[in-house]
Design a protein around this ligand. Sequence first.
Ligand SMILES: Nc1ncnc2c1ncn2[C@@H]1O[C@H](COP(=O)(O)OP(=O)(O)OP(=O)(O)O)[C@@H](O)[C@H]1O
Length: 862
Amino acid sequence: MASAVMKPSVTCEIVESTKEPVFEVGSGSHGVTKLVHNYSIEDNINQLFEAIDIRSLSRNIGPSHQMGRDTLQRNLSKRPIRVGSSQATGIGISEPLSLKQALRGLCISQASEMAAMKRLARPSGLSGISEAGTIKRLYRAVVVEANVSGIPLSEGKGNFVEFSLVPEKNVNLYEKMPETEILVDSNSSAALPEAMLENAEPRKNIAGNEIFPLPTNIRSKTSGIELDKNGSLNFGHSLSSTQAGKRVLEVDKDVSASFKIKNKPRTSELNPSFSPICSVTGSKLGKSANHSPHLLKPAFRNKNFIKKSVKQVSSCSSSNFSELCKMRSDGVSDPSMTSKFDCEIQNSSQKSEKKESKTCSSLSTSSNLSSEATSNVLESGATKPKECSSSDSRAKAAVTERSRSREKGKISQSSKSSIGDHSSTSTTSISEDSSLSGSSCCSGNRPHMSKDLRWEAIRCVQRQHGSLSLGHFKLVKRLGCGDIGTVYLAELSNTHCLFALKVMDNEFLASRKKLTRAQTEREVLQILDHPFLPTLYAHFATEKLSCLVMEYCPGGDLHVLRQMQSGRYFSEQAARFYVAEVLLALEYLHMLGVVYRDLKPENILVREDGHIMVSDFDLSLRSAVNPTVLKSSSPIAEPEKKISSLCSESSCIHPFCLQPSWQVPCFTPKVLSAASKTRKLKADLAVQVSPLPQLVAEPTSARSNSFVGTHEYLAPEIIKGDGHGSAVDWWTFGIFLYELLYGTTPFKGSGNDDTLSNVVSRSLRFPESPIVSFHARDLIRGLLVKDPENRLGSVKGAAEIKQHAFFDGLNWALIRCAIPPELPKLCDGGLAAPATASQKKDGIRCSKDNKAIEENVEFELF
Ligand SMILES: Nc1ncnc2c1ncn2[C@@H]1O[C@H](COP(=O)(O)OP(=O)(O)OP(=O)(O)O)[C@@H](O)[C@H]1O
């Protein structure tokens, strides 16, 4: 019986095995292993590794036995397991050097892919990671090309042996989050803007999915599940919809530069009966999933679940979008499911076409709008929806539930209004089509939302009815009204798909010279595809009305949310989160050549999951953008930044900070061969790092003389009429941060004129209370520099601002997966914050609106 014996000599040899005969091992200083039994290759390789293990162990057994025992213990605790075994009793790998020898010729990329697959396949609670260090984290699974390793193989047994090196120890999941990875669906990953990916290095696994390292304190947005500090699972936040506190101030500025202001004063009182802030950590998602009829983001990638859902799909009525939508809201996100949906939808549309709409498409028939009335708003040539005898009871129930869920109360209104004057603009207008007729689905080339079933719901209606019209929507409630139109929560009939429907009166727009604004908004919306910006699903127009079908954002806006905070200001942490997301949205807009110009808390809507959505683009300035690659200044020029960026924090944001666990093994195998080496590399980099070039895509050529914005947010150069460009967004960004932190804007005067003069001439002051960190104040100071040339962000745009110390430790690339600040409790249905008396009227007015449309009387738009 062959057995392996460790010789306490310098050269270790594997001589014999006391167990089952596996190897007969040749002796000698080289320790050549000779295969004498035709056991499985797995066993052979395992044995080889045992031998390596033993050999390396023996090296440690020298003069001190104690040392040898310690090493043995250490190494035992790192033991990986055999292929296919769930027990940690297989091969032992003790030292990186031995491992390197043994694993020469490994296919590293395949190894890491398999590691990722295996980790994902394991129950999360068991995904502990041993202390074996970087090498074992990244080499958990390897494919050994046996012939490269010098192991003779039996013919016909194949040349590959798969090893799984998995950790044995279960550890606190939360602690080990930095070492885990998130699987991002290949399609949705495309949604990550490049700016957000600058620090994370995704790699593709076998399935073609991109894998990103997952740092501490993150959750999977797709699953909606997050981990608290104890490692226990919480469900995603939901926030009540709060359209109420809109600072509505209608401002018209005619060509002659004077402007009329209809000021609806901003009351700063909240209804005392409104519930104070309370944590929603817990079961919110489940609740909102039940009550809120709008679609949730794709959820779990759970095989079983998907299978089950596929069954449901195949058995569901092909014409019933409700089912499809519901299933999507239940979390079906698998691409295969989408194609399945597509098939079903295709079939459904074909079938229903064949049946000449005799079978109930009921897409518009259960609408509140009567067919007679809808004929008024149906565009010319559109097929008039047929009457349907049976309405969708589930849709009705959902709507009833929603209307029941409207909470009562009173909320403050904002006095900040947007001033829009394009009269003197020198904007480069990029217009696609200005015709106000026809309808269009805007799904083209939008990877971020491509899996969203709402696209298909709209397409389905278009297929069935030729084009989309107002008659296909049930208006659920009025969300609010702006300078150029009124926004409704609307359900695409019979689909459970909710949208924000912005309805604009063409005549009104023309008479107030606001057609350009409406057009700008549509054009900007059409090019957006970003997690923090709204999706435009479709737009259509009649002779009388123009409509934008947008993504509905149920969480209200930051102005209202701020007033719900104690002290009416956000904590610094919450403010940092919101401004960071806004910054990414602005960065994306600037890259598209869009200067936003209307940043204020009122325009920052909160999604159900607590992340933000920047809205309202009618004041945007569009221009060409010239991306420039700027060479960073030398590390000597910015010693503080560079060195501080090389910190030990796993969530460091600085592009120069190379996190060992974030390295892509394919490119840096040597760096990752041992934790100590990585540490050394990191230390070396602190000295040697050479500056990387930076991509700057600021629309620096954008110039305008328009007097646009909101008084308290207007940049000095706008007020002075000096002409302005993208730097105005960094000014407003400073005011925005100030308001979130202090609950007021810095230059607010007793009236608008006062405010404007303060903006131009008064120096920036910070109140003593609340106490705000130096970094936050420093950032505000940098942004609120009156001369736009010297303003932070004016040279390198968002990239400059992102590097400010206020954002230290923030993971830009994965912020959309970060846990948003706690939100006030959702009211039932998650649709609305407390309704004001006027809102209560709105509820009634909603139905009146429909009536108004029906009767073609003055539609309450403005
Ligand atoms: N996608 C959306 N989801 C939910 N609510 C929305 C959405 N878009 C707009 N709203 C709400 O509808 C209201 C009107 O929005 P709109 O953008 O038309 O006007 P505004 O913000 O006052 O801008 P402006 O007057 O500058 O056009 C706002 O209170 C806003 O909160």
